[in-house]
Design a protein around this ligand. Sequence first.
Ligand SMILES: [Zn+2]
Length: 410
Amino acid sequence: MSSKHCRFCNAALERTFVDLGRSPLANSLLSADDVERGETFYPLHVYVCDNCLLVQLQEFARAESIFTDYLYFSSYSELWLRHCRDYAEQMTKRYSLGERSLVVEIASNDGYLLQYFKQRGIGVLGVEPAANVAKVAQDKGIDTDVAFFGRETARRLADAGKSADLMAANNVLAHVPDLHDFVAGFKVLLKPTGTATFEFPHLLNLIEEKQFDTIYHEHFSYLSFLVVDRIFAHHGLRIYDVERLPTHGGSLRIFVCHADASFARTGRIDEMISAEREAGLDRIETYDEFADTVIDIKCDLLGFLVEARRNGKSVVGYGAPAKGNTLLNYCGVGPELLSYTVDISPHKQGRYLPGVQIPIYAPERIFETRPDYVLILPWNIKEEIMGRMAAIRQWGGKFVIAIPALAILS
Ligand SMILES: [Zn+2]
């Protein structure tokens, strides 16, 4: 009956994880002219596979249209750059990388990560599908191949004599529609003694911290360690180490080698498997419960906004991240309940959130209009924002978050 099939095991997909209705693409901020036109909304209905438990979204918008002229430049976040510099330092030491080594990054963006390896004299190669972004890397002297990564690209590079000591894929595994083709490419390009690392948001955190707003169309798979372990094994690769990272509300970094390579499996693997089993990620019932908690969050946020309005209190947003678009579109919150939001990125100021059409201003606007409440949309950096905007307390302003549960922060 179902025409949808699991991206990993091909079983029919029939079981809903959560249905967030229809939403526009989360990264497509609108100009003033766009607001006058119609917008395309796509289903944001997440399924869990009964057979392999992969949580996934169908591909409604072609990956090419999302990623080929991508606005996001990784280099803009200082915190993220520090994370990358630390990674380069750790990997260089752990794998004794030097002048004759080659580090390949998949979805290398503007070269934000590879620059730290290049500074150490290590050979680097980026693979990046967005030509405008790759150009920025090339201008910085970072060799970048403009392509989507998969078997074909890996073979072409291998045929040209490339073979990677280290491959990095940060926040890309969850974003590829064709998981098999993508992972198979690593098998081709990785040296027999090489390591590939992958970072991706951890499904365990999504479920436990109710981070349903990290669901958006560009994000096709929601990954547990248990499922990822099976995906790599299927392609003759083996996970031999895993770390938990605080990025994106809780991520995993896995270390992968060829199945027959000599890397010893660390104790952290069994710890991770136990933690996921304890949380019930190996049982389908756990996934069935998630949808109800999401409805509760919607009711709580709407209840708060409606009551604020009835009491004559003003509420504005802080931040214009993709997760804010999921939250506000799902909850149906427009400018009548959240009059505007602000963002430090000049690329976002003067534009509008897609779907709900809430205007985005510079943060100074908050000091001019003195709202009663500031709803923080990027809850993952709430401490940083509360520090930066602490002066709202001078007029009795309060911070609010909606996830994992509605809270007014003092
Ligand atoms: Zn499956």
